[in-house]
Write a protein that binds this ligand. Sequence first.
Ligand code: NAP
Length: 328
Amino acid sequence: MQRIVLASRPRGAVLPENFRLEEVDLPALDVGQVLVRNHYLSLDPYMRGRMSEAKSYAAPQPLDATMIGATAGVVAASRHPDFAEGDAVIGMLGWATHGIAAGGELRKADPRVPLSAGLGVAGMPGVTAWYGLNRILQAKPGETVLVSSASGAVGSVVGQLARLRGCRAVGIAGGPDKCAYVTDTLGFDACVDYKAGRLKEDLRAATPDGVDCLFENVGGLGLDLALARMNAFGRVALCGLIAGYNGDAQPLYNLKHMLIKRLRVEGFIITEHPEVWPQALDELGALVHSGQLRYRESLAQGLTAAPEAFIGLLQGRNFGKQLVQLIP
Ligand SMILES: NC(=O)c1ccc[n+]([C@@H]2O[C@H](COP(=O)([O-])OP(=O)(O)OC[C@H]3O[C@@H](n4cnc5c(N)ncnc54)[C@H](OP(=O)(O)O)[C@@H]3O)[C@@H](O)[C@H]2O)c1
């Protein structure tokens, strides 16, 4: 099988030479294990954090080991009673064409949605959106929900779920194409293009009644200006700060709004809330199946394309959930 390992840790921006492609033999299956042929690999912003040694909520990705990553694939051989050859499964088998996992580490793919959706809208990013909106923001009908990286895997779900709750959904995204998709296809009430150079004015125009709930994915200037738009007793779900993942400082000038608006700000890591996953996955799968939840994917072709696609994700070149298709 082929796999990609972390060859060196990035200093600043991620480079192709931080990765190395390897050919390795698959070991024999032990009792309780399952061999999976991966069809899709998920590329996610959290991987940037794991590539660094800095202290964080999770241990760093070891050097010379298979890069961490969620995968969707099909069982090729099984020595576990709950899995049979041909079963579609979601796991954490990493940047590799195949992987071996204990049965307990895999979940059966939702048959109501396409396999790849189990890594995006009906997978971890979808559950992240569901948790932040329902459990942290607790958005009420009529309230304004602002979400950054609105065309992305998490943000696209946040705004659509907010609309289904009867909220006004406003997105921030990079460029006119992404913004048009956010309003015209995903049904957000408005979307602000932060690359247009009028972020402060455009944000004010898009949120005439202020912002009650902020779902923050990016940080930087967008977060700073959004804080100034918050209403009294607003809530902020701090989900991601991708603008700073390469180590750039992210100064905040509008911190005083947390005090004068009496804001509640809560950071969260979705893997620390396993109790919500069954309900969230069930609801998201049903909404995708019924056509109420729409999504878009950027598909890179073949394992060797993963490093460039990941570098692109950190620069906003993806449009929707970034995946690598491992089988043409
Ligand atoms: N807390 C958790 O448990 C959890 C779980 C999943 C994801 N997250 C976080 O949620 C956020 C979104 O993740 P995702 O998987 O849905 O990714 P995504 O939004 O599908 O893709 C990343 C997007 O971030 C934007 N971006 C990238 N670099 C940027 C920069 N320097 N400045 C501004 N925007 C930049 C780009 O969109 P534009 O072109 O629109 O700028 C890019 O397309 C990330 O911060 C991620 O770390 C957190």
